[in-house]
Design a protein around this ligand. Structure first.
Ligand code: C2O
Length: 333
């Protein structure tokens, strides 16, 4: 049977490598949980732009939306920090799976990874659009798989803006080029072209070369979730914080606006992967399609349950991505 929605009344503190972090990231208890139905597809899709290509007006608009989200009343589930805590609640052992006392609900390391994060970012985007009264508002995606996108996008580094976050690796500020195989130590190469070429090969290896859903979507924890996704989390977070906060740890990563742009691109890779065709297909197993539990998020208003099977095509969810070149499609390792 599909994993069930967590029992909201049984939520504990987050547990990080057996250290209990004294914060409360439990969702509000709600007696009514409605099944989320996708609204009709709008005539004009939201088009998510590449973060390194946006205009100043767009940056201003995004900042305005996030400021409004941060200024919502403490108890409003749409408030920025509450949204950030959604990630904490589903990743750090705050819930056990219904029917078990020692099996944590965890949306990483499995085929829940892509759908959970797609829904998470979807609601986040819609809340922001509503706050600025712009139904076409779309989040920027961190286009880390193209040479000019392989650094923290400049829009997130303006210290006076609300999407800036100081808990990031000081050695990885732009124009430092990221290393998609980073494992904790910076390479000594000063040759950015080499690093970029290696990154493109990594992308090919993690997406094009992967032909089966269990390797791409999860279970074996081999493909995109590990590299580049986890690498980018660790690469971005501040190594001088106890847990690599903010981006470097599950409980805190949603506090950095970079998170949502990282995920907007990670899920774009899912779309690209399916588009490559052949044996690359989503599972048809109802144990996956019917999972509504882990996608139970603090929606625009009510608490809702959204199903994996409803998030397989982003166009049906009302958005798409700016068309950009995919330079790694032909770069086998
Ligand atoms: Cu839930 Cu980028 O991780």
């Amino acid at each position: 049977a599909p994993i069930q929605a967590p029992d909201l009344s049984k939520c504990g503190p987050p547990n990080i490598d057996s250290v209990i972090i004294p914060i409360n990231c439990c969702p509000p208890i709600s007696s009514t949980i409605v099944d989320y139905k996708l609204p009709p597809v709008p005539n004009k899709l939201r088009v998510r732009p590449a973060a390194h290509l946006v205009t100043d007006d767009y940056v201003a608009k995004y900042n305005k939306a996030v400021s409004l989200m941060k200024a919502l009343p403490e108890d409003d589930p749409r408030r920025f920090m509450k949204q950030a805590n959604v990630h904490c609640a589903y990743c750090d052992g705050t819930f056990d799976q219904v029917g078990y006392t020692d099996l944590e609900l965890q949306v990483h390391f499995s085929w829940l990874f892509f759908p959970f994060h797609r829904w998470y970012v979807y609601f986040y985007e819609r809340i922001l659009g509503k706050l600025i009264d712009d139904p076409t508002f779309a989040l920027p995606f961190w286009n880390f798989d193209t040479p000019l996108g392989m650094q923290i996008p400049a829009m997130f580094t303006d210290k006076n803006s609300t999407i800036y976050n100081k808990l990031r690796n000081p050695n990885h500020q732009p124009p430092t080029v990221m290393d998609l195989n980073w494992s904790g130590t910076d390479s000594t190469t000063t040759n950015n072209d080499e690093l970029i070429a290696a990154n493109l090969k990594t992308m090919y290896g993690q997406v094009v070369a992967v032909k089966k859903a269990n390797l791409f979507l999860g279970e074996a924890y081999r493909s995109v979730e590990g590299v580049p996704h986890n690498v980018i989390h660790k690469w971005s977070g501040d190594p001088n914080q106890p847990n690599g906060e903010d981006m470097g740890n599950f409980y805190s990563s949603g506090r950095d606006s970079l998170f949502y742009s990282l995920h907007a691109n990670v899920e774009k890779l899912w779309t690209i992967w399916i588009g490559l065709g052949g044996t690359r297909k989503n599972p048809t197993d109802t144990n996956w399609l019917d999972v509504g539990s882990v996608c139970l998020l603090r929606r625009e208003q009510a608490t809702g349950k959204s199903k994996v099977g409803d998030c397989l095509d982003e166009k049906k969810m009302g958005y798409t991505f700016q068309e950009v070149a995919i330079p790694w499609l032909e770069t086998p390792p």
